[in-house]
Design a protein around this ligand. Structure first.
Ligand code: TXA
Ligand code: MG
Length: 344
């Protein structure tokens, strides 16, 4: 397939999105930027187009999609009820990186929801996403625009790597500011974060005025967000995550480096503070210890860079699971496929 790349980085003219919007309406696939990660979009009401999303990504059909809207008026075509809690969250966090689970209207295809009676909806704040969704004016279902199992794309070049030749349009707006996928929350019977993201537990609790639980990502048998059960966000090389006291983590990673063979290309992903502490050729900077937002924005790019380096092993410093750090820690655990070393 012929893929057209539209670059909106130097100057953005909404007219350049008329053709991709028409393509969406005719059942085509368009990759577009959001403030979190790039999305692989198709209109929510065309089953053939939706099935193409699953085929192109190699995505299991039991993993439901998030539907993207540009205006709350579009909610009525998707959901059967908006509770007062849901309304409170839409007012506080939309447009932005929060996905809310609603009871679905019967006309929403089971292909979108993987047969569930709920639908996940979000309103992205990225101006290019907003403009595309407005021009299309039909809600757009979009998973992250990576091949299944690969790290989510946070730059146009990542999308080109994974999906060039498989979609009609790629809209390249440069790096996604947040860099990790949206927070997913379900509200019934009580608020539970199914996937942590840049809208934090603390922010949600403040808006709702009640406690918000976080689903245990290690519960693989009964995952609350079906997508959380798959090995995700993963680089090609095996990754090992070191959690615990920062000084002891540095010592333990150095100990492993000393044991490694010289023929191996081991890559360390380190906080900015510890970059010079490792006895290793390749040490990548995840950002300052106290800035999980920076880590979030860099993480997937660094994991893809490890693939380019043909790393044989990746040793990763854990982050403090607080605020946005909770989401970063969650993605790091996924990247490590559960291979976690706790040092204390
Ligand atoms: O930031 C984002 O959310 C990005 C951008 C493109 O918007 N999208 C994204 O989509 O990350 P995806 O498909 O990679 O992840 C969707 C997550 C999965 O974990 C899926 O299981 C969960 O949302 N999900 C979707 N519908 C659901 C539902 N009805 N109930 C529970 N979880 C749901
Ligand atoms: Mg994804």
């Amino acid at each position: 397939m012929n893929t057209s790349v539209i670059d909106t980085q130097s100057s953005f003219h909404p007219e350049s999105l008329i053709a991709p919007a028409e393509t969406l309406k005719k059942g085509g696939l368009v990759v577009f930027p959001t403030e979190t990660v790039y999305g692989l979009g198709a209109v929510f009401n065309d089953e053939n187009a939706l099935l193409k999303i699953f085929a192109v990504k190699g995505r299991p059909s039991d993993n439901p999609l998030i539907v993207h809207i540009w205006d709350v008026k579009q909610l009525s075509s998707l959901v059967s009820q908006v509770s007062s809690k849901a309304e409170c969250l839409t007012k506080a966090f939309w447009p932005g990186p929060l996905t809310i689970i609603f009871p679905k209207r019967s006309l929403v295809s089971g292909v979108v929801t993987a047969g569930l009676d709920t639908v996940a909806v979000r309103m992205p704040s990225h101006p290019v996403a907003q403009a595309l969704l407005r021009l299309t004016d039909v809600p757009v279902a979009a998973p992250s625009a990576n091949l299944s199992g690969r790290p989510s794309p946070t730059k146009g070049s990542h999308v080109v790597e994974d999906l060039f030749g498989k979609v009609e349009y790629i809209i390249d707006a440069g790096p996604c500011p947040a860099g990790i996928e949206s927070t997913v929350i379900k509200l019934e019977p009580d608020p539970v974060i199914l996937r942590p993201g840049s809208v934090t537990k603390e922010m949600l609790e403040q808006a709702l005025g009640e406690r918000v639980a976080v689903a245990n990502p290690d519960n693989q048998e009964h995952p609350q967000a079906p997508g959380m059960k798959y090995r995700h966000y993963a680089p090609q090389a095996p990754a090992l995550l070191f959690e615990g006291d920062p000084e002891k983590v540095v010592a333990e990673i150095n100990h492993r480096l000393d044991q490694g063979k010289s023929s191996e290309r081991i890559v360390v992903i380190s906080s900015s503070e510890h970059l010079t502490r490792y006895r290793n050729e390749w040490v990548l900077d995840l950002g300052p210890l106290e800035s999980p937002e920076v880590a979030a924005s860099r993480l997937y790019d660094l994991l893809r860079f490890c693939d380019q380096l043909a790393a044989s092993q990746i040793l990763i410093e854990g982050v403090k699971p607080q605020g946005v750090g909770l989401a970063v820690a969650n993605r790091l655990r996924k990247a490590a496929g559960g291979c976690i070393v706790r040092v204390s």
